[in-house]
Write a protein that binds this ligand. Structure first.
Ligand SMILES: NC(=O)c1ccc[n+]([C@@H]2O[C@H](COP(=O)([O-])OP(=O)(O)OC[C@H]3O[C@@H](n4cnc5c(N)ncnc54)[C@H](O)[C@@H]3O)[C@@H](O)[C@H]2O)c1
Length: 285
């Protein structure tokens, strides 16, 4: 089991709802916390909610820029040394609306923060974890990274990308003893969730209040993340109510697996999978 006491946990979006919940949950285990956020003021607010005696460092970080990551890494090295757990959690929403109304700039920005941000963080801290043969990375996807719905296409695309990256990375880093987990939150109390809820139910106060009441307390997501890191779990599902919707989607995809498009084609080899995996049908090129 991954011992967390005295370990350094680097959380992007650490000034936000879910990042703050993670910080409190790791702090409950005696870890040292780095709250990295575009807004140091938000991070300061979260720092004030940590258990007394928690060692905490706030760093300003823009996950889109490798230089910003480098500066954050240097600041952490000075204060705590190396990072043991990296939580790539910062993310933005595009708000609900048709994909055709999303501007190229907004699409590029959601990908830069939600996807390239995860890549940049991994490039910054994974090499030293591999060298030490210890460490863990947690990437925040979403239920929208498993079961998308109309009016949230750009965001869902970014969260599917986080899952693809994380699954592949988990396979790549396992031989070095470094774990990778993906978190799939459903509705959770945060500035983002409250902003989106308020916008979507602007003319229906009753519905807005119902959505608000349905938001999970982020501390419980944090505790689920802690458990997953300790047990090296691949997937962290905090809102199981979405299970049927995921199963139905998987079923629709599996139903499309019929005969090969080319009559008589035999799947004998894959560029990326060992023969057993390829012939069992999980292979791809
Ligand atoms: N709250 C939910 O219901 C929900 C559901 C599914 C997934 N998520 C995901 O959880 C993660 C955390 O979101 P949240 O709900 O806590 O929202 P939040 O808005 O409270 O927190 C996000 C934090 O990220 C920071 N941030 C934004 N851009 C940044 C950048 N370029 N560099 C560094 N920091 C940046 C913000 O300042 C903010 O503090 C996101 O990846 C989000 O997509 C949230």
């Amino acid at each position: 089991m991954f011992e967390l006491s005295g370990k350094t946990i680097f959380i992007t979006g650490g000034g936000g709802g879910i990042g703050g919940g993670m910080a409190r949950a790791f702090a409950e285990r005696g870890a040292r916390i780095v709250l990295a956020d575009l807004s140091p003021d938000f991070a300061q607010e979260e720092a004030e909610t940590l258990p007394p005696g928690t060692e905490v460092l706030i760093v300003k970080l823009d996950v889109r820029h490798p230089d910003s990551w480098q500066r954050a890494k240097e600041a952490v090295a000075k204060r705590f040394g190396e990072v043991d757990v990296l939580c790539n959690n910062a993310g933005i929403s595009t708000g609900f609306g048709p994909l055709l109304d999303v501007t190229p700039e907004a699409f590029e920005n959601v990908m830069a923060i939600n996807v390239a941000g995860v890549f940049n963080g991994t490039r910054t801290f994974a090499p030293e974890m591999v060298a030490r043969r210890a460490g863990h990375i947690v990437n925040t996807s979403s239920m929208n990274g498993l079961t998308p719905f109309g009016s949230f296409a750009a965001y869902s695309a970014s969260k599917f990308a986080v899952l693809g990256l994380s699954d592949a990375l988990r396979e790549e880093l396992a031989p070095a003893g470094v774990g990778v987990s993906t978190l799939f939150p459903g509705l959770t109390r945060s500035r983002m969730a409250q902003h989106d809820a308020a916008a979507s139910a602007a003319d229906d106060p009753e519905r807005a209040a119902m959505i608000e009441a349905n938001m999970m307390d982020p501390l419980w997501l944090g505790r689920a993340v802690v458990k997953a890191v300790q047990n090296d779990e691949a997937y962290i599902v905090t809102h199981p109510a979405y299970r049927d919707s995921l199963a139905a989607r998987q079923q629709r995809i599996l139903a499309a697996f019929g005969e090969p498009a080319q009559p008589g084609y035999r799947h004998g080899a894959s560029a990326t999978r060992a023969p057993a995996a390829a012939s069992s049908g999980i292979g791809g090129s």
